[in-house]
Design a protein around this ligand. Structure first.
Ligand code: ACO
Length: 323
């Protein structure tokens, strides 16, 4: 019998209090305005991790909530994947740090994947393969980021966009669907339109480790790639877009979300939107939006969802889910 992978619990965590556009502008003496940021991005506030709080700390809170929702103990988990581009250390991975913090001792594999804002859909589609092949039965898949640590606060075109946070799901083997289809892609020719082009040497940043972006090129690439991959995933599952209950897109910019929904001919009411309160939390954005929509009762059991991510690299993908 076919083994499906089903999401059985979701969790998320946002550190500290919301930081409004006006508070951010005042704190960093930015030549910007609340009106400009809201109109161009849809973002009104974001959260930042306090000093000393790392990506694995955020991952831990989100993971605990997902485990509780799935009624799982840490040692029920037989695979941990964390999607992040802002790990605590170069190594060991956030996944192994999270494993230790959870008190997880059954020796299951734990590793990070780095596909920036595309990371969570990559991680989910990898976990699905482990479950489909019978290698794992209960996976913890996390997206966690502290992008505030790599923001250039003098660059008004990027510093207003990002926030910190974490989201997690428990994915379990089931004879009921589950993940219906998934697709992930990358095209390294576009690496230079969004990058943090430094590196670490002896623990010190060398070069330019802060975010650099050609916003308009990213915008155009994102809308086309997200629409194409959504169509690819829906065709693979033989599901017309009108049968989707919810689009759970990467939360980078409200205009990217609206343009993608329009290409899919989905009404705006079917899009889960959290970007106005979270900003862009990179690999955490999709599981954060998913968890919020589940906990507020929008997304219900058996709803059909399309999760979509896209990030630097470029990397992108989507996962079609019967929840
Ligand atoms: N406040 C005020 N003015 C600003 C700000 C700001 N925060 N940022 C830029 N501007 C100015 C620019 O300097 C420019 O001024 P100029 O005309 O005097 O040169 C003007 O606004 C217009 O700049 P554009 O870059 O053309 O503005 P645009 O409408 O493209 O919006 C934005 C910029 C919001 C970055 C948009 O391009 C965008 O959202 N792109 C997608 C990028 C994104 O989402 N990245 C996230 C990471 S990638 C991912 O997650 C998929």
């Amino acid at each position: 019998m076919k083994i499906y992978a089903r999401i059985t619990g979701t969790g998320s965590y946002l550190p500290g209090s919301p930081v409004t556009n006006n508070a951010l502008i005042a704190a960093h003496h930015l030549d910007s305005s609340d009106e400009w940021i809201v109109e161009r991005t849809g973002i009104r506030a974001r959260h930042f991790a306090p000093e000393g709080v790392t990506t694995s700390d955020l991952a831990l809170e989100a993971a605990r909530r997902a485990l509780e929702a799935a009624v799982c103990q840490p040692n029920d988990i037989d695979l941990i994947i964390v999607a992040t581009s802002t790990p605590d250390y170069v190594f060991p991975s956030v996944a192994t740090l999270l494993q230790a913090k959870l008190g997880h001792t059954n020796g299951a594999p734990a590793f990070d994947i780095q596909a920036v804002c595309g990371g969570f859909v990559y991680a989910l589609s990898i976990a699905e393969k482990f479950i489909q092949t019978g290698t794992s039965r209960c996976a913890l898949v996390v997206g966690a980021e502290t992008f505030s640590r790599m923001i250039d606060w003098k660059d008004r075109s990027t510093c207003v966009l990002f926030g910190d946070g974490a989201g997690a799901v428990v994915l379990e083997a089931s004879d009921e669907p589950g993940i219906l289809a998934s697709a992930v892609h990358a095209d390294g020719r576009y690496h230079s339109i969004l990058s943090a082009p430094g590196h670490l040497c002896g623990g010190q940043p060398i070069g330019d480790p802060l975010i650099r972006m050609d916003g308009q090129a990213v915008f155009k690439f994102a809308v086309r790639a997200l629409a194409d991959v959504a169509e690819e995933t829906l065709v693979a599952a033989n599901l017309p877009p009108e049968q989707l209950d919810w689009l759970v897109p990467h939360q980078a910019n409200i205009r990217i979300i609206q343009a993608t929904a329009k290409k899919l001919r989905l009404p705006p009411e079917k899009c889960i939107v959290t970007v106005e309160r979270h900003g862009n939390t990179s690999a955490a954005s999709v599981p954060l939006a998913l968890d919020e929509a589940v906990r507020t009762g929008k997304i219900k059991r058996r709803d059909t969802l399309l999760l979509e991510g896209i990030g630097a690299g470029f990397t992108w993908g989507s996962v079609l889910v019967r929840f």
